[in-house]
Design a protein. Structure first.
Lengths: 117, 774
């Protein structure tokens, strides 16, 4: 007897296929993904903290959250540029992308530090 | 319209200086008897009284009487409220004021020189830094001290003497300096050598020969005269006395004034005074007798000068210099002082100078009328002139002064009169007679010829008993001085009749005082009052009733008395006040307050009113302002359109007093979360970082691509350390640095980092390219 395809089974199948596809990505991209996840989690924890204690030094909260979000965004840009499968950035050497990433991060963090108060 | 006429007449009178405002006051009295708008008339009366007083031009020495008159006038301000009540009172008071003002023409008191002049002299003439600034000032100070009998300090004497001797011996001094030095020398008697004086004499004689202006003559002749007094050995006599007199006389003018020099057309009375002094000096220094006719013409010149004498209404005469001349002397004081000096020195050289004695007395009164001057020059002029008048050969003025012008009937004061010379010395034997007594408001007084009793111990003339009929009030006493020795009549100036104002005060009896509340005409409640003692009434009335107050006032002699103020004041508890005048008929004073008619005036305010009675006058010794108690008034309610009571004045002490203190409320600090929560979250935030590191390890990160050969390795290390340095800089920036230093350092590190990073990354890129191609 064949069981009818339930949504639960579909979800499982989707999840497994995603997982196997993902393990095929190159390591450096996985590092970048991990970095992005780390940044986002940090932002979420900060938001939760603010939700609990109130937003009194609002500038500090903003600067913290924006630092996380900004660096995550820059990391995503780096991932796009470094990804070998991306035809658009074929001619861009990854070191150059990395240098941009570092520079932009430094500028972002200068602004963040100023705004932190 | 008539108001304008009155004002213009007043203006005219003030301008033309008509002393007799009699006509004027009689016009006004007739005017006042007609009905006029009260307020306008009141202001007119004030203007006139002010004008009349300006005419009589009182000065400082008029003492308490002047002050009292000013008080009289200021009390009139309160009369503003009384304007609506009683024309009769107004008319009476105004007429009295005018009459008093008109009598005030020749009524003033002069006092001879007293202790206050001594203390003023000591204060004004105190030398700065131990010596006087010039010999002229030194002379003024020393002369004043000499006349007043003040001892000179020896150290000042030495200083001044040194200066005198220096001036006398120096060849560059002109006749002016020599004159002042000789003046001081005459007072201080410094040691001067005969040779010095002889030398000076010859210089001064030359100066006399070469003199062209009045001042040259004045200084040189004056100097020669002083040398004559100081040393009998030196020959100072002038040969050409006639010629000198004629050349000085050439400077005279027809109106009696003198010019300073032939070229300068300016003339002044001061110069005339100097000229007289110089002329008398020439006469004294003449080697041969002078032509009598010349002296006669000079005497005529002096008499002509006296035609320009001016007069104040209190009997003082003075000379005024209308133009300021080149030497800077100005004002009546210096001009009159110069004329007095010249006159008396001239009179000392020759007999029979025909100046009427009332003018001499008038000049003395002018100087005494100044009181105590405020600066040293004026004091010198005053004292010097008075000392000249004290011993002059024309006539010596005698001053009648009254130590106290207020007599009290209750303490049975005796009226005292003093007669002295101008400097306060004892007069020759004489008797003082009280000739007439004018009561205020009348020009005719009772004629007496009562002689005053002389007390030789205190040198005071006393009136044993006041004349009959002198009750409390204001009077003018007219005195005459009669010299015992008929010879003295020519020598002394007594001035005919001297009028002095006198106030006689006494206790006024208040009798039969009672207050009653009337219903129609029937007395509801009546209470006797004890005036002027304390009373505490507690009445009550409604608007249909009346309040009636009455009392009797009698003088010590039993005559009816009308005080200056007889006022009844009702004061509401809110502070609104109403004042009513208590009218009189003879000695009976009464007032009736009909509340029905006053309801509107009281602003319909019911409640408790405090009653106060004021009866007062200048000559009433027991004037009183007594609270009588209170009355509870029941007035009907105010209708819609009733006037509101005037707002009461805020207590000024409350308005400008300290206000309530404001405590600054600081902004409450924001609520901060408890520290444990914050630390917990700090830990929580670090968790993703740890998770990241763990994840990196799980992914299998390695440092395989790290360059191994030295130089690239060094660069790589520098690259990482550069990034670390920037991050450290950021931490420092957050902790304590400011933006500018941060940016500066960041710039430096950034340049380094760029260079190093470029090297490292290009090396890496070339390495991976090699790998790809390989």
């Amino acid at each position: 007897m064949v069981k009818p395809a339930t949504t639960k089974d579909d979800a499982h199948a989707l999840f497994y296929s995603l997982r196997s596809a993902y393990s095929a990505t190159p390591t450096n991209l996985k590092i970048i993904d991990l970095y992005v996840v780390f940044a986002v989690f940090t932002a979420l924890i900060q938001v939760a903290y603010m939700a609990i204690v109130g937003s009194f030094p609002f500038n500090s909260f903003l600067s913290g959250v924006l630092s996380c979000v900004g660096t995550a965004v820059l990391a995503v840009c780096l991932r796009i540029q470094v990804n070998k499968e991306n035809k658009e950035f074929k001619d861009l050497p990854p070191e150059r992308a990395f240098a941009d990433f570092v520079l932009c991060n430094l500028v972002l963090h200068l602004v963040i530090m100023n705004f932190l108060g | 319209m008539r108001y304008m006429i009155i004002l213009s007449v007043a203006d005219l009178i003030v301008k033309s200086n008509i002393a007799n405002s009699q006509l004027f006051s009689s016009y006004l009295t007739s005017m006042l008897s007609k009905q006029h708008s009260g307020r306008r008339l009141f202001t007119v009366a004030l203007t006139l009284s002010a004008g009349a007083l300006t005419i009589s031009r009182f000065r400082i020495s008029s003492t308490a009487d002047q002050i009292r008159k000013i008080l009289f006038r200021s009390q009139f301000i309160e009369f503003d409220q009384l304007i609506e009540f009683g024309m009769a009172i107004k008319v009476g008071i105004v007429v009295v004021l005018l009459a008093v003002a008109s009598i005030c023409e020749a009524v003033a008191i002069f006092h001879p020189i007293s202790e206050s002049h001594l203390s003023a002299a000591l204060e004004l003439f105190s030398p700065v830094a131990g010596s006087f600034s010039s010999l002229e000032e030194a002379y003024e100070a020393l002369r004043t001290f000499e006349v007043l009998g003040i001892e000179k300090k020896p150290d000042i004497k030495d200083d001044t003497c040194n200066s005198v001797v220096d001036t006398l011996s120096s060849m560059s001094s002109n006749s002016r300096d020599l004159y002042h030095a000789l003046q001081v020398n005459g007072l201080l008697k410094c040691k001067t050598s005969k040779d010095a004086l002889t030398g000076i004499t010859s210089r001064l004689k030359d100066a006399v020969k070469d003199a062209t202006s009045l001042l040259d003559y004045y200084h040189s002749i004056g100097g020669l005269l002083l040398i004559k007094d100081q040393s009998s050995e030196v020959d100072v006599l002038l040969k050409n006395a006639d010629g000198i007199l004629r050349s000085i006389k050439a400077l005279s003018q027809s109106d009696g004034r003198w010019r300073y020099s032939a070229n300068n057309p300016e003339s002044s009375t001061y110069a005339a005074g100097l000229a007289f002094e110089t002329l008398s000096g020439v006469i004294q220094l003449a080697a041969s007798t002078i032509d009598e006719n010349l002296i006669g013409t000079l005497k005529k010149d002096i008499v002509k000068l006296f035609d320009s004498i001016e007069k104040y209404d209190d009997g003082s005469y003075y000379f005024d210099d209308k133009h300021i001349d080149s030497s800077g002397h100005q004002g009546p004081l210096s001009a009159t002082a110069a004329v007095v000096r010249g006159l008396t020195t001239f009179a000392s050289t020759s007999e029979s100078l025909n100046i009427p004695e009332d003018k001499i007395l008038g000049l003395a009164r002018f100087f005494l009328g100044i009181g105590v001057p405020g600066n040293s020059k004026d004091l010198y002029y005053q004292i010097d002139s008075l000392s000249h008048l004290e011993n002059n050969r024309v006539s010596v003025p005698l001053i009648l002064s009254i130590p106290a012008t207020v007599l009290s009937l209750t303490s049975k004061d005796k009226f005292k009169v003093k007669v002295n010379t101008v400097l306060g010395s004892i007069a020759p034997p004489l008797s003082v007679k009280l000739m007439q007594v004018f009561s205020s408001g009348s020009k005719d007084g009772s004629v007496l010829k009562q002689e005053l009793h002389f007390d030789p111990k205190e040198a005071i003339h006393m009136l044993d008993a006041l004349p009959e009929g002198v009750d409390i009030g204001e009077y003018v006493f007219a005195f005459e001085i009669v010299l015992s020795d008929p010879e003295h009549k020519r020598k002394f100036a007594t001035g005919g009749r001297t009028k002095v104002p006198v106030h006689v005060t006494g206790v006024v009896k208040v009798d039969d005082a009672k207050v009653a509340v009337l219903e129609g005409d029937i007395v509801e409640s009546e209470k006797k009052l004890d005036l002027p003692g304390k009373n505490d009434l507690a009445l009550s009335a409604n608007h249909l009733q009346k309040l009636h107050l009455s009392f009797l006032l009698t003088t010590p002699f039993g005559k009816p008395f009308k005080p200056h103020q007889a006022l009844l004041k009702l004061r509401h508890e809110t502070g609104v006040e109403h004042i009513f005048v208590v009218e009189n008929s003879g000695r009976h004073f009464e007032t009736t307050l009909d509340f029905l008619g006053l309801v509107d005036k009281f602003f319909y305010l019911s409640g408790q009113y405090d009653i106060e009675l004021t009866v007062g006058d200048a000559v009433m010794e027991n004037s009183f302002l007594q609270p009588l108690g209170s009355i509870e008034l029941d007035l009907p309610k105010a209708p819609e359109k009733a006037t509101q009571p005037p707002p009461q004045a805020v207590n000024p002490y409350l308005r400008y007093g300290p206000k309530a203190e404001i405590a600054h409320i600081f902004r409450a600090p924001e609520k901060r979360p408890p520290q444990e929560v914050s630390f917990a979250f700090l830990g929580l935030v670090l968790v993703p970082f740890l998770a990241f590191l763990v994840g990196l390890l799980r992914l299998g990160v390695n440092l395989k691509n790290f360059p191994t050969s030295t130089i690239p390795a060094a660069f790589a290390i520098l690259f990482h350390s550069g990034i670390a340095a920037v991050l450290l800089l950021y931490v420092l920036f957050w902790l304590k640095l400011d933006l500018f230093t941060t940016l500066k350092t960041l710039g430096l590190i950034g340049i380094f980092l760029m260079f190093v990073g470029h090297r490292t990354l290009s090396h890496l890129a070339s390495a991976s390219a090699k790998l790809k191609s390989a």
